[in-house]
Ligand binder design. Structure first.
Ligand code: FMN
Ligand code: SF4
Length: 466
């Protein structure tokens, strides 16, 4: 990174490790092909087309890359799920829907370094045998869609896309598809339905795992923008070398998007697991706002379970179990899962003590109620009920029993729906109630009117209803 200079005021933090964001905010850098080629652009694609496709997948597997779209699924392993006996066309879709609240990384790649994504996609297509690929860009990113379309035209003219790529026999057509303006279009099977021109109703898995039955019922690899960008760097470094970045099982770098109550919110590319949540808040983001105390953190996009500032967590370190506080949690997939939440899409939302918890939960519930696709009853009805109940709590019109009802509604969504939106909308409610029950009950009308509430009874009521 030493030969790279950045726009004044936008320099990366000294502890960042920039691979994917190397060219973001770089002085004099533009999204054109000329600029990309000056710095080794498309060299990895030239190398890739001389390799056996399987050798590329093996490098990605050796790198240990896990998907950056939300679930953290191993990318190389996903690629091997295409049935070996398949005779249908194989497709690759780049998921550029970036719809999880708190997440704002993919848009910078598309705006400022589109050829990095195209090169990653072309290498991935070569590895999985796809001759047709799409970038599904959310409707709210028209600027990104235009930049990508220009980049595709440039790459095609220069022989990096189209027929006989880089003098090989590899052909690839790549199209931008503009999204339908809904959160559920980011869920891979909803996305596929939308791409097919239909309403984005997610498909049930099994049998509709995209790698087997995806776009037009053909094998389809769906990967996030950031995941696909990593492919180029893995090829450049070699899988084993890439795997030395980060921590075991949580390799490489990832972009954290930090928003909420910190002095300097923003994006930071770090080695996975090499920084703690406390370092992110204090060191990268300049700490909390003056006079404020940390109340909670949602570490992986709005659907991740909330963590309370004063919680204690048990983590395995070597052979030992250690107890740690919130600020000591390493920012990686496994540690955040062990602490009861998830790394998700990398959207870290910081909540200080100026926020009313009922307001935060209501804000999240309003989003999910608006975004349920309506296909299955527990999610369609439940997400709206959760919003209505949290509306009442915020307005001081709820009864303490409503908190118990709210919890029971969430418990009746989780695990009972076609797609993981069911979990995405119920986890915030479940975790906020589990960790902030007293704060929520304190906002109900009896408490506000000074009527003493028996918290034991409301807890028992919740358990009965579940
Ligand atoms: C409700 C819902 C919304 C999602 N939204 C996105 C999104 O906006 N972008 C994304 O990359 N993945 C999103 N995902 C995850 C995708 O379904 C899919 O797992 C991902 O694109 C796979 O890419 P990866 O393996 O590279 O992470 C969403 C999942 C769910 C359940
Ligand atoms: S869980 Fe919700 S978003 Fe997913 S299919 Fe069912 S209704 Fe639609």
């Amino acid at each position: 990174m030493s030969n790279v200079t950045y726009i004044s005021g936008k320099e990366p933090h000294s502890r960042e490790h920039r691979l994917i964001f190397r060219n973001i905010d770089r002085k004099g850098y533009d999204p054109g092909l000329k600029c990309y080629l000056k710095d080794g652009g498309y060299e990895q694609l030239k190398k890739a087309v001389t390799m056996e496709p399987k050798a590329i997948t093996d490098e990605v597997k050796a790198a240990g890359l896990r998907g950056r779209g939300g679930a953290g699924f191993p990318t190389g392993l996903k690629w091997t799920f295409i049935p070996p006996t398949n005779t249908k066309p194989v497709y690759l879709i780049c998921n550029a829907d970036e719809s999880e609240p708190g997440t704002f990384k993919d848009r910078y790649i598309m705006h400022q370094d589109p050829h990095q994504l195209l090169e990653g996609m072309a290498i991935a297509c070569y590895a999985v045998g796809a001759k047709l690929a799409y970038i599904y860009v959310r409707e709210e990113f028209p600027h990104a869609a235009r930049i990508l379309e220009e980049a595709i035209a440039e790459a095609k003219k220069a022989g990096f896309l189209g027929k006989g790529i880089c003098g090989s026999t590899f052909d690839l057509e790549l199209y931008v598809h503009r999204g339908a303006g809904a959160y559920i279009c980011g869920e891979e099977t909803g996305l596929i339905e939308s791409l097919e021109g239909k309403r984005p109703y997610p498909r049930i898995k099994p049998p509709f795992f995209p790698a087997v039955l995806g776009l037009y019922m053909s094998p389809t690899i769906v990967n996030n923008v950031e995941s696909l960008c990593h492919v180029k760097h893995i090829l450049a470094m070699g899988g084993a070398e890439y795997a030395k970045l980060g921590t075991p099982n949580n390799t490489g770098t990832r972009i954290l998007c930090v928003s909420g109550d910190v002095q300097k919110p923003g994006y930071f590319e770090v080695q996975v697991g090499k920084v703690t949540l406390g370092e992110v808040i204090q060191d990268f983001c300049g700490g909390l706002k003056p006079g404020r105390k940390l109340q909670a953190v949602i570490p992986g996009g709005s659907s991740a379970k909330v963590l309370r500032a004063d919680e204690r967590f048990k983590l395995k370190r070597g052979d030992e179990m250690v107890e740690i506080g919130l600020e000591d949690i390493p920012m990686d997939f496994d540690s955040l899962a062990a602490c009861g939440s998830m790394a998700g899409s990398g959207g870290v939302i910081i909540i200080d003590d100026s926020r009313k918890i009922s307001w935060v939960l209501n804000n999240i519930n309003s989003f999910y109620a608006h975004e349920s696709c309506g296909q299955c009853t527990p999610c369609r009805e439940g997400s709206l009920w959760m919003k209505k109940i949290s509306d009442r709590i915020v307005a001081g019109k709820a009864s303490p029993d409503d908190v118990a009802t709210l919890e029971s509604v969430a418990n009746n969504i989780e695990g009972k729906t076609i797609c993981a939106f069911g979990e995405a909308c119920s986890w915030p409610t479940q975790s906020f109630i589990r960790k902030f029950r007293a704060e929520l009950v304190a906002d109900t009308r009896e408490e506000l009117a000074g009527v003493p509430v028996n918290h034991e009874t409301t807890l028992a009521a919740a358990n009965l209803k579940n």
